[in-house]
Design a protein around this ligand. Sequence first.
Ligand SMILES: [Zn+2]
Length: 184
Amino acid sequence: MRSIKPFTSNNFVDILNKPLYFLDCDRLNVCNLIDPDDLNFFREYYCDCYTEIVYYEYDRPLCPNCDSTMNSNGSRPAKPNKWSNIRKKQYICPECGKTHTTSLENFIKRYSNYTRAICEKSLEYESIAYLSYQKKAELIQLENGIKLPRQTAYYHESKYSEFFITQKEENLQKIIKETNIEPS
Ligand SMILES: [Zn+2]
């Protein structure tokens, strides 16, 4: 076990005190504000705690047809970058039956199966020299398997830490207000 901190549900919450991810049995639920390119963070530190990742909508979706709040309706497999054991939560409208699958379009272009980092990496190689598709795939795999996880972890820390810093400040402000202490 390489965990750096205990895995609790209040580990990573945002300024609204909503969790960005939580563990439910052996399922790691990750909200769709988390970039799939940052999932290495979980793989590196928490891989012993879960067997699959389920992406869910950060905000419970409203039906595009009738505006009703949609209910959970299982999950569907997703294969960003051909990774396995990733699913996307599905929702269904209790009124009209319309379904919606968690969107990752902030990170993965519509009709693409690859994350931005992988697409950029592929372009990078393209600009260096002509490489066969196979060679490119090998290089990407090599970099992602060996080099990227470590970098990604640091990247994750810096990218999301603003959430947590802001949250701490907000909490502090709240406490100050509640206790009527004049901030100096
Ligand atoms: Zn509906």
